[in-house]
Ligand binder design. Structure first.
Ligand SMILES: *[C@@H]1O[C@H](CO)[C@@H](O)[C@H](O)[C@H]1NC(C)=O
Ligand SMILES: *[C@@H]1O[C@H](CO)[C@@H](O)[C@H](O)[C@H]1NC(C)=O
Ligand SMILES: *[C@@H]1O[C@H](CO)[C@@H](O)[C@H](O)[C@H]1NC(C)=O
Length: 163
């Protein structure tokens, strides 16, 4: 017996919020539906505090039950160490690989450029969530915080439905 899982990821919302406007601000952040099968998210963050020699990225997965609740992953990664050695954190690598091909910024430290995500399609998430790691159906939120010196400077929230 061969069990096949046909799940599909759809972005439902994409929200970017700067919590420290001296640190940086989002120039744009949106979700676009080109047609039924092609939807993508794009965003650009203008980094004012640069060069940055240190940045912690906290990525948490939440699933909606009665409100969004933490689900399986909540990890913090020193992004400069991670750039040097991506294999140091396999979970982060999993999330990170989803968007590296669509990240139009330099992935080097010190960080000295704006952070740009260009047209990341839902199909990439499909592959991540259903082919590599089968996840249960439902509504998800991938929350990413950019933290410096223990303070969140920006939050990016990607909402989606796996059906
Ligand atoms: C959706 O748009 C993309 C990009 O323009 C195109 O390649 C694809 O064929 C379109 N799909 C459908 C079903 O129209
Ligand atoms: C993830 O962990 C961090 C650090 O422990 C915490 O501040 C944050 O609230 C957690 N995120 C979620 C979504 O639970
Ligand atoms: C990436 O780094 C190179 C060399 O430092 C620089 O010329 C280029 O403008 C940078 N790219 C971006 C998108 O900031």
């Amino acid at each position: 017996l061969k069990v096949q899982i046909h799940s599909k990821w759809e972005f439902t919302n994409f929200v970017c919020e700067s919590l420290d406007k001296d640190f940086g601000e989002f120039e744009y952040c949106f979700i676009k539906s080109v047609n039924r099968s092609y939807k993508y998210i794009s965003g650009k963050y203008k980094l004012y505090r640069r060069p940055l020699t240190k940045l912690t990225v906290n990525t948490a997965l939440l699933k909606r039950f009665n409100g969004y609740k933490p689900f399986l992953y909540n990890i913090s990664v020193d992004i400069c160490k991670f750039y040097k050695n991506p294999k140091s954190n396999m979970v982060m690598k999993f999330f990170f690989e989803s968007y590296t091909a669509f990240a139009k910024h330099n992935r080097t430290c010190p960080i000295n450029n704006d952070i740009v995500l260009d047209k990341l399609p839902a199909s990439v998430m499909n592959h991540r969530f259903t082919d590599i790691l089968p996840f249960p159906e439902g509504d998800y939120l991938i929350e990413t915080r950019w933290v410096l010196d223990g303070t969140s400077r920006a939050i990016v929230k990607s909402y989606g439905t796996l059906s």
